[in-house]
Design a protein around this ligand. Structure first.
Ligand code: DC
Length: 232
């Protein structure tokens, strides 16, 4: 088997830690495709909500949706992005709705769902150099990857960042309610049995609470280049 462990840059971290922006900027800088795995869990959440399925009572029906529908990762070479397509349609806008954000961690705890998602994520190896972000990328999806990062920020800073993102919080949300939602979601993400949120033992930990996005991008890229130069 060919060793392509130097083709994945993994970025894990809690909700609203700035991973997605960071991953997008890093991917553009190093010429990699950027895969946002949260979008995959969000897509299934949107689909199950559309079908009025309950994450606890209708687990089996939710898992069946994965066979009944076609979820694909579409590569967009013009901006190095990857779009999640459901039955041939992009779902980018609908999956950021606040109902989906509130429901997704209940779908992401389902072990069969995680197993399916991990396999699909591993298939993106064929794209060559990728930056993949999520919760379990360095620990479960690509544990052999050479470049692993774990990005954090304080719950308050993350709530501020989420409030700045249009449409991701309910209309009546405030700093306190969003901070509490984030703490709740961290708890579910870090206590579930499969794919729990935690840094890989060899991940580089970045606390971005007081970093600008440029500082975070530069820190990550320099670290990546340093490991790359040690390998060659
Ligand atoms: O990164 P995000 O906030 O869009 O992720 C949405 C949800 O999906 C979040 O509750 C955690 C879950 N998730 C996961 O369990 N594993 C991943 N690899 C990515 C996301």
């Amino acid at each position: 088997m060919t060793d392509n462990s130097n083709e994945q840059i993994t970025i894990d971290g809690p909700a609203a830690s700035g991973k997605s922006t960071l991953a997008r900027c890093v991917a553009l800088k190093v010429g990699a495709y950027c895969v946002n795995t949260g979008d995959m869990y969000r897509s299934l959440t949107w689909l199950s909500q559309k079908n009025r399925l309950d994450p606890v009572d209708d687990r089996a029906a939710i898992v069946r949706l994965l066979d009944q529908h076609d979820m694909q990762l579409k590569a967009n070479p013009e901006d190095c992005s990857i779009s999640v397509m459901l039955d041939g349609q992009p779902v980018r806008d609908v999956i950021r709705a606040s109902d989906v954000t509130a429901g997704v961690s209940h779908i992401a705890v389902i072990p069969e769902v995680r197993e399916w998602m991990v396999k699909k994520q591993q298939e993106s190896k064929h794209l060559g150099l990728i930056v993949m972000e999520g919760r379990d990328i360095g620990t479960v999806v690509f544990p052999e990857a050479k470049y692993k990062f774990f990005v954090t920020a304080s719950p308050r800073e993350r709530a501020l960042r989420r409030l700045r993102q249009d449409g991701e919080t309910p209309d009546n949300a405030n700093l306190e309610s969003v901070t509490n939602d984030i703490i709740k979601r961290d708890k579910i993400d870090s206590e579930r049995k499969a794919g729990r949120l935690k840094p890989a033992p060899d991940a580089y930990i970045m606390d971005t609470t007081s970093m600008t996005i440029d500082e975070a991008v530069n820190t990550l890229v320099s670290n990546y280049l340093e490991i790359l130069s040690m390998d060659s």
